[in-house]
Design a protein around this ligand. Structure first.
Ligand code: PLV
Length: 323
C-alpha cells in the first residue's frame, strides 16, 4: 500500500486567537484526521511499513493512538487489539469497537496497559505498535510540518510551533519536520498539564525521570516517562524546546473557549496546547523574548482527540470547577 492513511488537513487562520496573541495564529486542524487526531500520520506510516503481512497488531494507548491503529488496521485488513487503561472514557471504547478493534482494558494508567501490550506481542506473535516511541512514527508525524510549510507558502516561517506532549512522539516528529523544511531554529512550545508533566519534570531534573503517577485529567498526555529522543531534543542546542505546564482547569477552560470561538470540540490533551494562548503564556514568552512577536505566524498543532463529547465535558466541568 503506497497511499498514506492520513489526510492533508486544513491550515486555518484564527482571527480570535490572532487578536489575543497580537500576531497571526494558524491552526493545523488535526482534529479532522479520519481517526480524530494527528496520530494517524505516524501510526499509519508505521503500520504500513511493519504490519502489512502481520497476523495482527497490538497497540497500547490512552485512546487516540489506539484509534489511529484501529483505523489503519481496518484499512489494511489486519486484526487490531487495543489495550487501554481504565481511565479511558467509555465513549472511546465504543469508538474503537466501531473501528473493528478488540479492546482490552488493563490497569489504571497507560504504562500498565503498555506492559500488557508488550506481553501480548511476545506471547501471541503480534506486531507491537507504540503510541509514540518509534522512528517510523516520528517520520510519519513530520508530515504535519511539511504540509504546513506548503500551505503557508514560500518565505513564510512561523515564530514558533505550539503543541502538546504526552510521550513525546509528536514533538520528535515536529523536530524532524522543522529540519526537513529548513526551519530548525523555530522554537517549539511544548505543553503538558500538571500531573502528566513527564517532559517538564525531566527538563527540570536535567535527566529523564519517571513520574510516580498520572494525576491529570488529560489522560492522553499520561505517559509516566517521556521517550528518550524527545528528552534528548529538549537538551539539544540545535533545537529550542520551551517546556511549559498548565493546570487541568486551564486546559479545560481552553477547550471550552476553543469550542465557543472556533466551533470545534477537542479533548484535554489538546486543551493543554491551546491553554498557552488563552492563559497568556504565549504573551509572557513574547515579553521574555523567547518567542518573537513578529512577523508571525504562530503555528498551533490542534492535535484533536476522540475522548471528549458533551457528557464528558459536563462531567469534567463538574469535577474540576468544584476544586
Ligand atoms: N496520546 C497517546 C499517548 O497516551 C495515545 O495513546 O493516544 N494530543 C493528543 C490528542 C494525544 O492523544 C496525544 C498522545 C498527544 C497529544 C501527545 O502526543 P505524544 O504522546 O506523541 O507526545 C499516553
Amino acid at each position: 500500500m503506497d497511499e498514506h492513511l492520513h489526510v492533508n488537513t486544513p491550515l486555518l487562520e484564527s482571527v480570535a486567537m490572532s487578536k489575543r496573541v497580537g500576531t497571526a495564529v494558524y491552526l493545523k486542524m488535526e482534529n479532522s484526521q479520519p481517526s480524530g487526531s494527528f496520530k494517524i500520520r505516524g501510526i499509519g506510516h508505521l503500520c504500513q511499513q511493519l504490519a502489512s503481512t502481520s497476523k495482527g497488531i497490538v497497540c497500547s494507548s490512552g485512546g487516540n493512538a489506539g484509534m489511529a491503529a484501529a483505523y489503519a488496521a481496518r484499512k489494511m485488513r489486519v486484526p487490531a487489539t487495543i489495550v487501554i487503561p481504565s481511565s479511558t472514557p467509555h465513549l472511546v471504547v465504543q469508538r474503537l469497537r466501531d473501528q473493528g478493534a478488540t479492546v482490552k482494558i488493563v490497569g489504571k494508567i497507560w504504562d500498565d496497559a503498555n506492559a500488557e501490550a508488550l506481553r501480548l506481542a511476545e506471547t501471541e506473535g503480534l506486531t507491537y505498535v507504540s503510541p509514540f516511541d518509534h522512528p517510523l512514527i516520528w517520520q510519519g508525524h513530520s508530515s504535519v510540518i511539511t504540509e504546513s510549510a506548503t500551505s503557508l507558502g514560500p518565505g513564510v516561517k512561523p515564530v514558533a510551533v505550539l503543541l502538546s506532549v504526552g510521550g513525546g512522539g509528536l514533538l520528535c516528529g515536529v523536530v524532524q519536520g522543522l529540519k526537513d523544511v529548513g526551519w530548525a531554529g523555530v522554537p517549539i512550545i511544548a505543553m503538558e498539564t500538571a500531573g502528566a508533566d513527564c517532559l517538564n519534570a525531566s527538563v527540570k531534573a536535567g535527566r529523564r525521570v519517571t513520574l510516580d503517577d498520572i494525576t491529570s485529567e488529560a489522560k492522553c498526555l499520561g505517559a509516566k516517562t517521556v521517550c528518550k529522543q524527545a528528552f534528548e531534543y529538549s537538551q539539544s542546542k540545535e533545537v529550542t524546546v520551551i517546556s511549559e505546564v498548565v493546570t487541568d482547569r486551564q486546559a479545560l477552560h481552553a477547550l471550552q473557549t476553543f469550542l465557543d470561538e472556533e466551533r470545534v470540540l477537542v479533548e484535554m490533551a489538546c486543551g493543554a496546547a491551546l491553554a498557552a494562548v488563552y492563559s497568556g503564556l504565549v504573551h509572557r514568552l513574547q515579553a521574555e523574548g523567547r518567542v518573537a512577536a513578529h512577523p508571525g505566524p504562530l503555528l498551533v498543532i490542534v492535535c484533536g482527540g476522540s475522548s471528549m463529547d458533551m457528557e464528558q465535558l459536563f462531567l469534567l466541568k463538574r469535577k474540576l470547577e468544584k476544586v
